[in-house]
Design a protein around this ligand. Structure first.
Ligand code: ZN
Length: 254
């Protein structure tokens, strides 16, 4: 049996722990060592660490964890990250005892060296795909981000999407503005509102759910994005232009 655990960190980060058949776990993006060390005191054993990108809320805990963990740390080739001993890139496979192989996907957009990892059952996508949203474009273009999201959207619908931030309810407000009529999305918002009201994570999501509900995966459904057309005063002709306009609007959305 495998199990997914989201350790809360900082304001709204999650550090995902994915337990393998041998009882040890893969830990993803330990921005803060504190919650991981506390989980280790409760019995968490680390098999490997995966890093998606260089932002400090994803790597800040690495030095302290290095003091207590000798196993492999996988991550992108990026001089801004120290503590990675297994550099991986697009098309590589991460082999870890107790787990199915993880494929590495380059998903530039939020940052230029951002990676995602998937075994087609779970997806660790860092700050690229969020439930009902996507990452800000700090180092990439809208076209790059759209291509990255297209790769994630092509994964099996049942793939569990393990995003690194609890942004879902705030993303939901924008999703409703961009796409006013989407009953499936409205059901999702009701579900996650109930989860959040009791302090539970809204995650993981599923790829199929995001394709049906997340406006950033729906730029090929212009008939649905009437909110975007109203906001701009016209509907952009290409899906690239629609995605770009959605991302720019979200950056300013209150
Ligand atoms: Zn980030």
């Amino acid at each position: 049996m495998t199990a997914l655990l989201a350790l809360p960190a900082f304001e709204d980060n999650y550090i995902w722990c994915y337990r393998g058949s041998n009882g040890a776990s893969i830990v993803v993006d330990p921005g803060d060592a504190g919650p991981v060390l506390a989980a280790m005191a409760d019995g968490l054993r680390i098999e490997a660490i995966l890093i998606t990108h260089h932002h400090n809320d994803h790597i800040g805990g690495l030095p302290a964890l290095r003091a207590v963990f000798n196993g492999p740390v996988f991550g992108p080739a990026d001089a801004r990250i120290s503590g990675i001993d297994r550099i991986v890139g697009d098309g590589d496979t991460v082999h870890t005892p107790g787990f199915r192989p993880f494929r590495v996907l380059a998903v530039p957009g939020h940052t230029r060296s951002h990676l995602a990892y998937t075994d087609d059952d779970v997806l660790f996508c860092g700050d690229t795909l969020f439930s009902l949203g996507c990452g800000r474009l700090f180092e990439g273009t809208p076209d790059q981000m759209l291509m990255s999201l297209d790769r994630l959207a092509a994964l099996p619908d049942d793939t569990r999407v393990c995003c690194t931030h609890e942004y879902t309810l705030s993303n939901a407000r924008f999703a409703v503005a961009a796409e006013p009529v989407n009953p499936e999305r409205d059901r999702l918002i009701a579900e996650i509102s109930a989860l959040r009201a009791t302090g539970q994570p809204s995650l993981p999501s599923r790829i199929g759910v995001e394709k049906a509900c997340n406006p950033f995966l729906r730029s090929d459904h212009p008939e649905q994005l009437s909110g975007l057309a109203r906001h701009l005063g016209y509907m952009p002709e290409t899906r690239q232009a629609r995605f770009s306009a959605l991302r720019a609007w979200k950056d300013r959305f209150q």
